[in-house]
Design a protein around this ligand. Structure first.
Ligand code: LLP
Length: 423
């Protein structure tokens, strides 16, 4: 169907042949839409990074925890992490058995650690204080430690999770104290993990950090080393958000080669028989998701042309939080692809002047009634939605592999807003 700007989703048949305007009418706007085929493809791409028998993909559920998507990810053969009781509940609801869920938390209450232990999960702690707390709760148990490899990466300072300035991880110099706590609580060190940050587009930093963790593991005492079951290198694999500028993809072949070579050599040299985890969130779900919205007003103020939509930052926080770029498509029936471009700013319906989805974009003229598609919204999209201004969080729809579509989350209702305050 010809639309004003849709060549990217047209090529992928993202909407399964159903016009997006029809979906917006049937399911309401704003609306998150996911494509099952694309989700399965990205799972398979990551699972293929290494054929080493100990290689595992531990999907980081914080990126998107809709249980229908989690079920697909599980079917494809990924494991899952959880960092809160909510994510744990959702992972279980999606059918992940407890052995396939790793609890990677930070700064949590005793009750939360207990909850994870009572569910029989392996837990990773990221400070000496939490290790001590864990030991008091689960004396004689197994635990993983998250170390800070000193190498950080990420698309914004807010998502760099290793290096000097971060709240995350135990520093390698604290190993002695960690050992004392492990011994004091009779704990088994079942694994090591790290996460350098979110969204890198070159494999180098990740591979360097892998080298660091592998060397750190190899330097443990033989007794400690023999207990290790999991070495988890974290996530952070980036996707290109600038599809309409043909931004290059992360070289997954080079990344896979680097990962495979390292873990194979390590296993051969040390006799390690445990698993090696990568822990991507974004890479698995970002590109299968799109946020549909509607244009309700256009105006020109002080020489700036604004398109006013229902896509406030309550629906997609990333542009406001990190200045993130998301490409925007425009669907208007009967129009030819891409006409003359105008510089426009796309804004939402939240009562803040920072409520900007896309600033100074060169796009075909946006008009009232147009349906917009915000690309690559599957990761940290719905997951970071809120009810700010008491707006209702959007529904979520899945375009299934057979082309049919299925509602996988209802839009919030006004009654939902009242549920917790009618006490
Ligand atoms: N493992 C751990 C321990 C993490 O903290 C994270 C992400 C991941 C894995 C997955 O990282 P990914 O592969 O998705 O980059 N809201 C931000 C991203 C925050 C990431 C937080 N931790 C954004 O929208 O860019």
């Amino acid at each position: 169907m010809p639309a004003l700007r849709s060549s990217y989703t047209d090529k992928l048949s993202f909407f399964g042949g159903i016009p997006p305007q029809q979906l917006a009418t049937a399911y309401g706007s704003p609306l998150y839409i996911y494509n099952e085929n694309i989700l399965r493809r990205s799972c398979r791409e990551v699972l293929k990074l290494s054929e080493h028998p100990g290689f595992r993909v531990n999907y980081s559920a914080k990126a998107n925890s809709n249980p229908s998507l989690l079920r697909i990810i599980r079917e494809e053969g990924c494991l899952a992490d959880a960092m809160s009781p909510g994510e744990l509940r959702m992972n279980l609801h999606a059918g992940f058995p407890r052995e396939q869920i790793l609890y990677v938390c930070n700064n949590v209450a005793e009750a939360e650690l207990k909850n994870a232990v009572e569910h029989g999960l392996l837990v990773s702690v990221d400070s000496l204080a939490q290790l001590d707390l864990y030991g008091r709760i689960n004396r004689g148990g197994r635990v993983m430690l998250r170390f800070n490899p000193g190498i950080g990466a990420g698309h914004h300072q807010k998502v760099v999770t290793a290096g000097k300035a971060t709240k995350f991880g135990i520093s390698p110099e604290e190993l002695g104290e960690a050992r004392a706590l492990l011994a004091g609580h009779n704990l088994t060190l079942a694994g090591l993990n790290q996460h350098i940050g979110s969204l890198f587009m070159e494999p180098g930093g990740y591979l360097d950090a892998m080298d660091w963790l592998l060397a750190f593991a190899a330097a443990l005492c033989p007794g400690e080393f023999a207990q290790l079951e999991i070495l988890d290198f974290g996530g952070g694999f980036g996707i290109p958000y600038r599809k309409y500028e043909n931004e290059a993809r992360l070289d997954m072949v080079a990344l896979g080669r680097g990962i495979h070579e390292r873990i194979s050599a390590f296993a051969a040299q040390t006799g390690y028989k445990g698993c090696f985890y990568v822990e991507p969130g974004r890479y698995i779900v970002a590109e299968c998701g799109l946020l549909l919205g509607t244009v309700h007003a256009v105006k020109t103020t002080a020489g700036r042309r604004y398109a006013g939509t229902d896509l406030g930052f309550n629906t997609l926080m990333r542009p406001v939080m990190y200045n993130s770029h998301h490409d925007i498509e425009i669907y208007r029936a009967g129009e030819q692809n891409e006409t003359k471009l105008l510089t426009q700013t796309v804004v939402g319906n939240i009562c803040e002047s920072g409520d900007i989805l896309a600033e100074h974009r060169n796009l075909p003229e946006i008009r009232i009634g147009d349906i917009l598609g915000v690309l690559d919204a599957g990761a940290y999209g719905f997951a970071m939605c809120s009810n700010y201004n008491l707006r209702l969080r959007p529904a979520e729809l899945l375009i299934c592999a057979d082309g049919s579509c299925r509602l996988i989350r209802r839009r919030d209702s006004l009654d939902d807003l009242l549920r917790n305050v009618d006490v």
